[in-house]
Design a protein around this ligand. Structure first.
Ligand code: PA5
Length: 360
């Protein structure tokens, strides 16, 4: 049973033993496995032996939830180096502008997600180049029967824990279809960098490590997470990890847009509940956006239960994006532990899918 927030919880240690007692299915192993997953993903894609092709229409990564996030993170990593459109699309159909010149990467960890399967069919009907990234399911069956290349993903994860596989697949397919440069070397360097961050923030880190401190600050409030530019899709990843790991509501917005609306909404926040503000910052954030973060924190200071800034670490965009993905994954996992809830199961999500399947 989930614990109610109390000062006892805030004082609770987040050491490996205490974490394991709540994290019964060991989500932690998958989160701190991020560096290894990156290397394995590169190897798996190389083994798939795909030959480059030309897609003047760019790349659409069609997927949902934990499988779609890789497309959005890949887009952020490529930044100005993307030479063609690259979009993560989370819906039943393809974007209206998709043409046979567009590559569609159908990303579904289970291979059974109906929205992604619908996009796979739509891309086939359009005559677009298709690639699948999946651990199996109907998507793998269909792709193999149609002669569509399949990038395999390791089995046994929750879909959201396969973030490295989905991100690397999107980056590599972007390169293969001419939408961006090859990022293999940056991915390798980022994997080494993440190993250091796992030591700094992982289960054996100090009780006042950034990840544990943020978890203690956020586990009993509704996190409202803001990103900008490169950190925008990471803010969304934080939100969904709070949802699925810690079973908490969480919301996200982006700067500078939130300075034109959401900043006003904080006025009534204390009357409605406990809300905490988190700003995800990066060395490359526009200086005026940095100023806006500072001013927004000042102006909402009284209304939020706390306001926090988490900064990317590293040099390349790949390192920086993945550093904050790792931090958010750990913060949400520690928040789950502080709430006494096993991070792994997502029962409501499973029930919803079962009910939808019953409609068929
Ligand atoms: O985190 C999750 O489990 C979900 O967001 C899934 O990723 C989503 O439901 C799509 O399923 P799949 O990743 O198997 O395509």
């Amino acid at each position: 049973m989930a614990v109610s927030p109390s000062s006892d919880v805030t004082r609770m240690r987040l050491d490996p033993e205490a974490i394991a007692a709540v994290d019964r299915s060991d989500m932690l192993a998958d989160v701190v496995g991020l560096p290894e997953h990156l290397r394995d993903a590169l190897w798996k894609i190389e083994s798939a032996d795909l030959q480059p092709w030309d897609s003047p229409g760019g790349l659409v990564v069609a997927g949902m939830g934990g499988s779609a996030v890789g497309g959005a993170l890949a887009r952020a990593m490529l930044g100005d180096h993307a030479s063609r459109p690259l979009l993560a699309s989370r819906q039943y159909g393809l974007p209206a502008w998709t043409t046979p010149d567009t590559t569609i990467l159908c990303a579904s960890y289970s291979g059974d997600t109906e929205e992604t399967l619908a996009c796979y069919e739509a891309a086939g009907a359009l005559g677009a180049t298709r690639v699948a990234v999946t651990s199996g399911g109907r998507l793998a069956e269909l792709a193999r029967a149609d002669g569509v290349p399949v990038i395999p993903v390791a089995g046994g994860f929750q879909p959201r824990a396969a973030v490295a596989y989905m991100t690397v697949a999107a980056l590599e397919v972007a390169w293969l279809c001419g939408a961006g440069p090859r990022m293999g070397a940056e991915i390798d360097v980022a994997a080494d960098h993440l190993e250091q961050l796992v030591i700094a923030w992982g289960a054996a880190s100090a009780e006042d490590s950034e990840a544990k401190t943020l978890a203690r600050a956020l586990y009993d409030s509704v996190p409202v997470i803001a990103g900008s530019g490169l950190t925008t899709p990471i803010a969304y990843r934080w939100k969904t990890q709070f949802n699925e790991n810690a079973k908490m509501p969480a919301f996200t917005h982006e700067l500078p847009e939130l300075c034109h609306n959401e900043v006003v909404g904080w006025q009534e926040a204390p009357a409605l509940g406990r809300f905490a503000a988190v700003f995800l910052d990066d060395s490359d954030t526009h200086p005026r956006v940095k100023r806006r973060i500072a001013l927004t924190r000042e102006l909402i200071g009284e209304q939020a239960t706390g306001s926090f800034v988490a900064e990317t670490r590293g040099h390349t965009a790949v390192e920086r994006v993945l550093s904050l993905v790792l931090l958010g994954d750990l913060v949400s996992l520690y928040a789950a532990v502080l709430r006494g809830t096993d991070p792994t199961p997502v029962d409501v999500l499973v029930t919803l899918k079962q009910r939808l399947a019953g409609d068929a």
